[in-house]
Design a protein around this ligand. Structure first.
Ligand SMILES: [Zn+2]
Length: 242
């Protein structure tokens, strides 16, 4: 009870500390005394029943203890909630910083604490959709050969090497079973079986395979093998390819 009052006091009495309030907040420090020099009781907020009774020499409580305790509980719960929120924001900021530490242009943390990163820097040259009479399932981002390519999410490398059409590729399987694919790369920086985190440098952009200029070809496959729209997939995780 004493500890509770000490914690709660600044919330209620910061601007209007009086001897009466001190006596309520620090009962251990305010010995009961009937001596003439005891501070005059502050009865402004006292319950009517206590005024004029034989207890009148005691300092009257300045606040209704039941209401005050409820008020303090609510205030402390809000404070705890705000503290937890601040801690969460700080930890998410740290995750985001870690995911951009190797150069990824942007990273985002979902409400569940999962981290995602944009795969490279460059110019968006083609989004998923119909192209040249067929369906293009990837997202093309063009830049110079050697531009770093980053893992869009954490997972395990399942392919790193030559691939028909893609020249060289890296594929990463994520915890939910989905797969991200990075095609036409010039060089892989990871090996099969390696664990990677979102934003890790996994490859260098290239112009290998069926490619008409240096670019990254990114695909996202669902756990059951459907090819998803990478821009939509990234956007749902808080990342815009622009
Ligand atoms: Zn492509």
């Amino acid at each position: 009870m004493f500890r509770h009052n000490v914690r709660a006091m600044p919330l209620r009495h910061l601007g209007s500390l009086t001897l009466g309030a001190l006596a309520v907040a620090f009962p251990v420090l305010a010995p009961h005394s009937d001596a003439d020099d005891s501070p005059a009781p502050d009865t402004r907020w006292a319950p009517v029943a206590q005024v004029g009774t034989e207890e009148r020499h005691d300092p009257a409580p300045r606040v209704n203890p039941v209401r005050a305790e409820r008020h303090d509980r609510v205030a402390l719960a809000s404070l705890d909630k705000a503290t937890r929120l601040a801690e969460t924001i700080a930890s998410y900021a740290a995750l985001r910083d870690a995911a951009t530490a190797q150069g990824a242009p942007d990273a985002a943390v979902t409400r569940g604490g999962q981290v995602f990163a944009l795969p490279t820097t460059g110019r968006l040259t083609s989004a998923a959709g119909p192209r040249w009479g067929t369906t293009h399932y990837g997202l093309d981002i063009a830049n110079k050969v050697g531009t770093p390519v980053f893992a869009v999410g954490s997972g395990t490398v399942i392919d790193s090497g030559p691939a028909s059409g893609f020249g060289l590729w890296v594929r990463i399987r994520h915890a939910d079973g989905s797969v991200s694919l990075y095609g036409h790369i010039d060089r892989s920086l990871v090996r099969v079986g390696q664990s990677v985190r979102a934003g890790d440098r996994i490859a260098l952009m290239g112009n290998r395979g069926q490619s008409t200029g240096p670019h990254l070809h990114l695909e996202i496959w669902s756990a059951d093998g459907r090819k998803l729209d990478p821009a939509t997939w990234l956007s749902r995780r808080g990342l815009d390819v622009g």
